[in-house]
Structure formats: C-alpha cells, structure tokens
Write a protein that binds this ligand. Structure first.
Ligand SMILES: [Zn+2]
Length: 225
C-alpha cells in the first residue's frame, strides 16, 4: 500500500551548502581524486535530509543543478533526478552518526592502491604519525587509528552491513576504504570532513611510501656484488 503523500515543501539546500560542496569538488577534482566523474559529496540539510551530488556529474565543475536532496533512507525529495547507488552509504553515516554534517567519498590513487594492499588484513592501523591528530578526538601521535578496508560490492546492502558490523562491535570509525574502490570519511561539518579526507590521503601515501622503500631496500640488498 502507498504511504500518505508528504505535502510539506522539500527542504532547500542553502547557497552556502552548494558552495561548500562545489568547492570540495573543485579542490579534490584538481588533485585528481575524482577521476572520470567518480566520487560523491554530501552535506546534512536537517535531521531527515541530506544534499548530495548527482551521479555522473563532473565533480570539478559542480553547480546547484548537480546537487539533489534525499531523505535519510536515500529516497529523492522534490526532484525527478535519481541519486547514485552509493547514496545509501552517505545516508547510513547520517543515520549512524547524528553529529555528522558532511560525508566525502573519493577515488584517489593512494586510496585505491592502499585499499588493495591492505584488503587481506581488513584494515590499516596508523601509529606514530603526527597527522593522526587531524582526526577528531586524536590528541597524540601515540594514539592508534584504524581504517578498515571492506570488500567491494555493487550491492550497497553488503557494504552497509560491513559498516554496521564494525560499528555494532563498538569499534571507533572515522572513515573506511572499499577494496579497489576508494574512501569514505565524514565530519561534523564540511571543513572537518575535508580535514579528515586530506589526513587519510596523506597517511595512506606515507604507508605506501614506506612499503616502496622497504621493497627497494630488499631489492638493493639482494643485488649481486
Ligand atoms: Zn565510488
């Protein structure tokens, strides 16, 4: 049976929110973190709604027409546009973290390569890096910061389940990688979400560099003299 029709006007996205999403798109697009129209960004509009980029749009050149409102079940509100399948992962974060105000999802090389490298371990543990302090609640480089790697799936319910399982086990979560795919992270507002994304990108680059140096040293050591 059909639900009663909601006759309230759809919540509108403020100019500032549109600008914030567009600026994030421009920045991360210019850095090469959103190749081939991939990636998506969202901000919370109110307790029940979020504004999210429409799939397939060029993230380096976003305007108000490229952003739509969805409810926290991922259904479009006040528009005929269809949200991308990954909208489900954004709204899950807003449901699970009432304090989350923005969610960013990108596909940089570091994020994607690291997701493959650490998929078997199921997570990357950061320890001893000063930049861990960029992640909310981390006051010292001596803290431990785990970034899980979940198996990729085209069925978003599989990924939602993986996130729910991690959180239901009581484990802290500030972002996650999807194997062969990219990263999700979020924050209280877009500024914090951007800080988290930049910090994870930097930390992943450092871990990959350490692995490259270790294998270069090994190759050097095994070279015949
Ligand atoms: Zn993606």
């Amino acid at each position: 049976m059909e639900c009663a029709i909601d006759i309230r006007p759809p919540p509108s996205v403020s100019e500032q929110q549109t600008r914030e999403i567009a600026e994030a798109g421009r920045t991360f697009g210019a850095l090469g973190w959103t190749p081939a129209t991939s990636s998506n960004f969202s901000v919370r509009v109110d307790e029940q709604h979020a504004a999210i980029t429409i799939s397939g749009r060029d993230k380096g050149n976003l305007s108000v027409e490229d952003i739509m409102v969805v409810d926290l079940q991922g259904r479009p509100v006040g528009t005929d546009s269809q949200p991308s399948a990954e909208t489900a992962l954004h709204v899950q974060i807003y449901r699970r973290f009432p304090g989350a105000g923005a969610v960013l999802h990108t596909h940089s090389r570091n994020q994607t390569v690291a997701s493959r490298r650490f998929a078997a371990a199921g997570m990357i543990r950061f320890e001893g890096w000063e930049l861990q302090k960029a992640i909310a609640g981390h006051k010292t480089h001596k803290s431990v910061l785990d970034l899980p790697v979940f198996a990729n799936s085209q069925d978003m319910t599989d990924l939602e389940q993986a996130v729910d399982d991690w959180l239901d086990a009581g484990r802290p979560l500030y972002g996650y990688l999807i194997d062969g795919h990219g990263i999700y992270t979020w924050g209280a507002d877009i500024a914090e979400a951007r800080r988290h994304l930049e910090a994870f990108e930097f930390l992943l680059g450092c871990e990959l560099d350490l692995l490259r140096l270790a294998s270069a040293n090994l190759a050097e050591a095994s070279r015949p003299t």
